[in-house]
Design a protein around this ligand. Structure first.
Ligand code: G3P
Ligand code: CA
Length: 257
């Protein structure tokens, strides 16, 4: 029956590997990203920040302690210093030796037609470098989405890289329980020139919000969806993509594609 739901909808909802295939492989590494594509993901999401020597690397946290064998502050280190760390072993011995990837390396392995969601974890100082890297990569703008929690950063991205789409991230848990109303969401998106919303607030996503976004030609992406039941509801709502730590499993569970 689940297969029928998905097939009968001619579903366009993309399945995006959150930090790659991060349930199975060390998050935000090339191994994790490659695995997501091997598992049939339509794209990947990954987190990016600037190093002390002005390179863009892929890491969620400000420091390296949680996901490597050292504790360094990324913004104060050079790329060669960060490259000495092992970002795989914490996940299991088979991943030993995974290095911190650069945005350049990730763009170079992006399969044709597949998406990359570039979540920006640094401030606006990352934008000029971003512009340079994307231009050099030759990856078409349609394959790229920028994500950021900071609406000011979305605004800066849209000013510098108008050909690319950027979506504002919201998670009410990060805002001391404050849940923006539909009007507040739409006003924030309009204020920063965003092309859509990316939300973790699954309970608050309803057909009314989807309709309001669609009327304005705005996208809707949702994270993190690791359960088939939640995913099915979002498919029925017609969201543009769901970000999951388990892209292969979810794809199978939904009877895709
Ligand atoms: O991009 C969506 C999501 O990844 C944002 O939260 O903390 O997992 O980077 P976080
Ligand atoms: Ca992220």
């Amino acid at each position: 029956a689940d297969q029928n739901v998905r097939n009968s909808m001619a579903c366009n909802t993309l399945i995006i590997g959150h930090r790659g295939a991060s349930r199975d492989a060390p998050e935000n590494t090339l191994a994790s990203i490659r695995l997501a594509f091997e598992q049939g993901a339509d794209g990947i999401e990954a987190d990016f920040r600037l190093t002390g020597d002005g390179r863009i690397v892929c890491l969620h946290d400000e420091r390296t302690a949680r996901t490597s064998d050292g504790d360094l502050a990324v913004a104060q280190m050079s790329l060669p210093e960060l490259e000495r760390l092992d970002f795989g072993s914490w996940k299991g011995a088979q991943w030993r030796g995974e290095r911190i990837p650069t945005l350049r390396e990730i763009l170079a392995l992006l399969p044709q037609g597949k998406r990359i969601y570039i979540e920006l974890k640094s401030g606006t100082e990352i934008v000029p470098k971003l512009k340079e890297e994307l231009a050099a990569s030759g990856v078409p703008a349609e394959q790229v989405r920028f994500l950021a929690f900071d609406a000011g950063l979305i605004k800066a991205v849209k000013e510098e890289l108008p050909a690319y789409r950027a979506c504002w991230l919201t998670d009410y848990r990060y805002r001391n329980g404050w849940r923006p109303s539909h009007q507040e969401i739409i006003a924030t998106l309009a204020g920063c020139g965003a092309d859509g919303l990316a939300s973790s607030d699954k309970g608050a996503l309803d057909s009314e919000l989807v309709r309001e976004l669609r009327q304005r030609d705005l996208e809707l992406h949702v994270w993190t969806v690791d359960r088939a039941r939640a995913a099915r509801r979002l498919l029925l709502l017609g969201v543009d993509s769901i970000m999951t730590n388990r892209p292969g499993w979810l794809r199978d569970a939904l009877g895709d594609k």
